[in-house]
Write a protein that binds this ligand. Structure first.
Ligand code: SIN
Ligand code: FE2
Length: 203
């Protein structure tokens, strides 16, 4: 594949099985407080195939009327997002190389037929902080390119327990999820994939 921009790191098997199991339990507890919802794209009003929720002082949301943004409360319940659990804050400290803690953790749930089209993560002011991603459950084909949508892209598999850091020159790299590979993990009883991304929003 095309060489990754500096600052993009793939850390296979970053979380061992035990840590993955614990993290799934943590995510399930968050989802009880802050239920998954169906995000809607701005302008077109099309629904995304991924279901989302967040933890943190801010959460990333999108709807037809107001578009992409961070906000301190859940769009359906109106409640503040649950706090980011300590185990995730510790991972940020280990991997992010950033002096401030993350403010948002976006939780993406992919059913086995979900995907995410090529995009940049650019709704944060703190572009000097990386986006730190953790994968749980079924493997996916992750695609990453350059700083322009038309730049050459390459893809590789992300497996349960893998971490990806999008930082440095690669902070604004286009990326997406082409597909999920059903039946590639026993971590989630009903299949699918969970992706967590930790983000610093304010500088
Ligand atoms: C995202 O870009 O928000 C998700 C990436 C992933 O699911 O690995
Ligand atoms: Fe993203």
């Amino acid at each position: 594949m095309a060489t990754l921009l500096n600052g993009i790191r793939h850390l296979p098997e970053f979380l061992d099985r035990e840590a993955q199991v614990r993290l799934v339990e943590t995510v399930r507890a968050i989802v009880v407080q802050a239920p998954l919802y169906v995000p809607v794209l701005p302008r077109t009003g099309k629904t995304m195939s991924v279901r989302m929720t967040n933890c943190g002082s801010l959460g990333w949301v999108t709807d037809k009327e107001r578009g992409y943004r961070y906000q301190p409360h859940h769009p359906a319940t109106g409640e503040p997002w649950p706090a980011i659990p300590d185990e995730l804050l510790a991972i940020w400290e280990r991997l992010a190389g950033y002096p401030k803690p993350p403010e948002a953790c976006l939780i993406n749930f992919y059913a086995d037929d979900a995907r995410m089209s090529l995009h940049q993560d650019r709704d944060e002011e703190a572009l000097d902080a990386p986006v730190l991603s953790l994968s749980l459950g079924n493997s996916c084909l992750f695609r990453v390119g350059g700083l322009e949508r038309t730049d050459k892209t390459g893809s590789f598999r992300l497996q349960s327990g893998d971490a990806v850091v999008l930082g440095g020159e690669g902070r604004l790299a286009f990326h997406g999820v082409d597909r999920i590979f059903p039946g590639t993990s026993t971590l989630l009883k009903n299949g699918g994939r969970i992706n967590l991304t930790l983000r610093r929003v304010n500088r």
